[in-house]
Write a protein that binds this ligand. Structure first.
Ligand SMILES: Nc1ncnc2c1ncn2[C@@H]1O[C@H](COP(=O)(O)OP(=O)(O)OP(=O)(O)O)[C@@H](O)[C@H]1O
Ligand SMILES: [Mg+2]
Length: 307
C-alpha cells in the first residue's frame, strides 16, 4: 500500500513552539503512556492554555492524539508527529533539503521517499514503521531488540532499528555494494538514492537465463564479502536486491542484520541463500544448487568467527 507522508502537509505550518511541544510529548512518553498536558506545557515553557491550543492544532494535523477519559488530559505522539520531529532534525543538521511526499518504495516495514540534500544530491529517506502496521511480526523479527529493554514502545524500537541499519550500511559500504548511509535520526535513515529496479520487479522476460545467472553470481559475490566481514542479512530475498540501470547489484534493507558471532546467524544465512537461489530458480530457471554455494559461505562464516 502506498502511503503519503502526512507530516509534510502540516510541516510548513509548524513553528518553534510546535516543535517544542512535540518534543515535550516525545520525551515524556518515556514515563507516561499518555503525557499530561501540564508536563507538556512545563517542558515547552508556555502556559497550559497556549499548550492546549497548540496541541489541538497538532491533533487536527494528526501529529498527536488526545485522551481525556483517563482521569486527566493526556497526549501521545503519532507516527506522523515522530516523522515531523525527525524531518526537522535532519533539516537542521543540513542533511535533508526537501522530501517528496510520493512514496518510492513500498517495503514491508518502512516507507521510503525520495528527497534532495542541501547540495542537490538525490537521497532516499527511509521511515521505519514498526509498531504501526506490523508490530507483531516485527517484534518477532527484532526479538533481540525487544528483549533487552522493558520499555517496548514503538518510538524506542523504530529508533533502534534505524540506528541498526545505519550502522550496518556504514560498516558495509566500504567493502561491498550496499547503499551509502548519510545520516539517521529517530526512526529515519537517510541514504544515497539508488537508481534501479528491485529484482522482484523484473519479469521472466526481462532477463535471459544467462543474464540472470550473471546477476546471481554478483549477488553471491557481494554477500560472500559481507559474511566474511561478519554480518548476515537475515532477510535476503528478491525484494532486497536492487539492479542498477548499469547492471550493478546492490543488497539493501539491512535493518534485520545479525553479526556472525551470534550462533543463530548460521541458520539465518542458510535461509537467506535458500530464498535467493529459489527466487532465481523459480523465475529464470537458474540451476544453482544450495550445496554448490554453501561451502564458500560456511567457510566465510566460520572464518569471521575466528574458527
Ligand atoms: N537507497 C534507496 N534508493 C532507492 N530506493 C530505495 C532505497 N532504499 C529502499 N528503496 C526502495 O524502497 C523499498 C523498501 O525499502 P527497504 O527494503 O529498505 O525497506 P522494507 O522492506 O520496508 O524494510 P525493513 O525490512 O527494513 O523494515 C525498496 O524495496 C526499494 O524499492
Ligand atoms: Mg525490503
Amino acid at each position: 500500500m502506498v502511503s503519503k507522508l502526512l507530516a509534510l502537509d502540516a510541516y510548513p505550518n509548524l513553528r518553534d513552539l510546535d516543535f517544542r511541544i512535540l518534543r515535550g510529548v516525545e520525551l515524556n512518553m518515556r514515563n507516561h503512556r499518555w503525557v499530561p498536558l501540564e508536563d507538556i506545557s512545563r517542558f515547552a515553557r508556555v502556559d497550559v492554555e497556549t499548550a492546549s491550543f497548540k496541541l489541538g492544532r497538532l491533533d487536527n494535523w494528526g501529529l498527536v492524539v488526545r485522551r481525556s477519559d483517563i482521569g486527566y488530559i493526556g497526549y501521545q505522539l503519532t507516527i506522523h508527529g515522530y516523522d515531523a520531529l525527525a524531518i526537522r532534525a535532519l533539516s537542521r543538521k543540513g542533511v535533508v533539503e526537501a522530501i517528496s511526499s510520493t512514496q518510492i518504495g513500498v517495503g514491508k516495514d518502512a516507507d521510503v521517499y525520495a528527497g534532495i540534500s542541501p547540495s542537490g544530491e538525490k537521497i532516499a529517506v527511509k521511515f521505519n514503521r514498526v509498531g504501526g502496521r506490523t508490530a507483531s511480526r516485527k517484534a518477532s523479527y527484532h526479538g533481540d531488540v525487544f528483549q533487552d529493554k522493558h520499555h517496548t514502545s514503538w518510538l524506542y524500537v523504530s529508533r533502534l532499528i534505524a540506528k541498526k541499519e545505519h550502522e550496518a550500511l556504514t560498516l558495509l559500504s566500504p567493502i561491498a555494494r550496499v547503499p551509502r548511509s548519510i545520516a539517521w535520526n529517530r526512526h529515519v535513515v537517510v541514504m544515497e538514492f539508488i537508481h534501479g529496479t528491485e529484482l522482484a520487479n523484473l519479469r521472466e522476460a526481462d532477463l535471459t537465463g544467462e543474464e540472470a545467472d550473471e546477476i546471481l553470481s554478483k549477488v553471491l559475490n557481494e554477500y560472500l564479502k559481507i559474511v566474511r566481514f561478519g554480518i548476515v542479512h537475515s532477510d535476503l530475498s528478491e525484494f532486497n536486491v536492487t539492479i542498477t540501470d548499469d547492471g550493478d547489484v546492490l543488497i539493501i534493507d539491512w535493518a534485520q542484520h545479525i553479526t556472525t558471532d551470534r550462533p543463530e546467524s548460521y541458520e539465518l544465512l542458510k535461509r537467506d541463500l535458500t530464498v535467493l537461489l529459489n527466487a532465481f530458480r523459480r523465475k529464470w530457471h537458474v540451476d544453482r544448487e544450495f550445496e554448490e554455494v554453501w561451502p564458500a559461505f560456511e567457510e566465510a562464516w566460520k572464518r569471521s568467527r575466528g574458527e
